[in-house]
Design a protein around this ligand. Structure first.
Ligand code: AHR
Length: 332
């Protein structure tokens, strides 16, 4: 494995230099498992909660193969303690690099410090951590979630004339939040709220987590429909929760996309299909295909090259017409 070879080479040079001074060099750490010059990456995934996550996992697993990276993969089932366990196991196995998408933003400093002390570089993908010590990771590759929420809110502000479905002069939004404490849930909420502040007629009447799952979105929407009158708009932090909300709205005998407008984030195939069919009104894209950039960054980091502290994914947004056009060639 690459890091091992580099460490050994560096070690030989250092040993030669130190021997001249009569000192000894301790064996270099790092590089467990491979036995060849492959980089070994330990990847601690969030889970399999959504279509987005499935596409993200596939992208990482497939690109690892083509990039010649040996991937050790774990699924934390949306539990932080499982991710911490996985990261500790990667440290023990002395992988070359650890990458992970943190379930929630806080509570990572201890385990990241352990990785740092073991000289194993860490790359954050998709989601950020909320840590003051930015030396605990090398780079963060992923979307700008605040911007995604803002795009959703900006669209609603522009559509204000038609979004007052109930015609009572107020645009009542219900929000299906992502996992509590997760960066995309926090940031997408903020971006949306900032944007809708431009129109005092728009307000969020209720907001609750659906945990980024279809089932969660359906259950929360059922309770919103029971508790709230005159809902004009659903703002769901991902497609899956929006698709769950569609099921609840249809079960209540109403037409999603017409009787209640729906805005979601992700733009995975199922979401885009519902958008093209008129059941969703607008989707902000969140690109899950992070594999190629991740493998590239990992190689650089392991080789000791400088990488940018933040790599932001490029994304767009779709209305119903754009979804129809994009669907035939949509990769995920
Ligand atoms: O962190 C990205 C978010 O996590 C996606 O929008 C969502 O679908 C996923 O579960």
């Amino acid at each position: 494995m690459l890091k091992k070879l580099m460490a050994v080479t560096t070690g030989l040079v250092t040993v030669a230099a130190l021997t001249a001074c009569g000192e000894n060099e301790a064996p270099a750490a790092g590089g467990g498992g491979g036995g060849d010059d492959k980089i070994v990456m330990g990847f601690a995934q969030v889970g399999a909660e959504s279509g987005w996550r499935t596409a993200n996992t596939k992208s990482i697993q497939e690109t690892a193969k083509t990039a010649g990276v040996e991937l050790k993969f774990s699924d934390a089932q949306q539990k932080q303690e499982n991710q911490i366990k996985a990261i500790r196991s990667y440290i023990q196995q002395k992988v070359d690099v650890i990458a992970f998408s943190p379930v929630v933003q806080t509570g990572w400093d201890t385990v990241l410090l352990e990785a740092k002390r073991a000289n194993i570089p860490v790359i954050l993908t998709d989601r950020a951590v909320d840590s003051k010590d930015t030396s605990l990771y090398k780079t963060f590759l992923g979307s700008d979630f605040v911007e995604e929420g803002k795009k959703a809110g900006d669209w609603l502000v522009k559509q204000a004339a038609t979004a007052d479905v109930n015609g009572d002069g107020a645009i009542k939004v219900v929000e299906l939040q992502g996992t509590t404490g997760a960066a995309p849930a926090i940031d997408r909420k903020k971006g949306f709220e900032d944007a809708i502040a431009a129109n005092p007629k728009i307000s969020v009447a209720a907001s609750q987590t659906g945990d980024f799952t279809r089932d969660g979105g359906k259950k929360v929407m059922e309770s919103f429909l029971n508790a709230q009158k005159d809902i004009d708009v659903v703002y769901a932090h991902n497609d899956d929760m929006g698709l769950g909300a569609i099921e609840a709205i249809e079960a209540a005998g109403r037409k999603p996309g017409k009787d209640i407008k729906i805005i979601t984030i992700d733009a995975v195939k199922d979401g885009m299909t519902a958008l093209a069919a008129g059941k969703i009104d607008y989707i902000v894209e969140c690109n899950p295909l992070l594999g190629p950039q991740l493998m590239d960054l990992a190689k650089k980091v392991v080789a000791g090259e400088e990488v940018p502290a933040r790599v932001v994914t490029e994304e767009t947004a779709f209305d119903q017409a754009a979804a129809k056009e994009a669907l035939p060639t949509r990769q995920y």
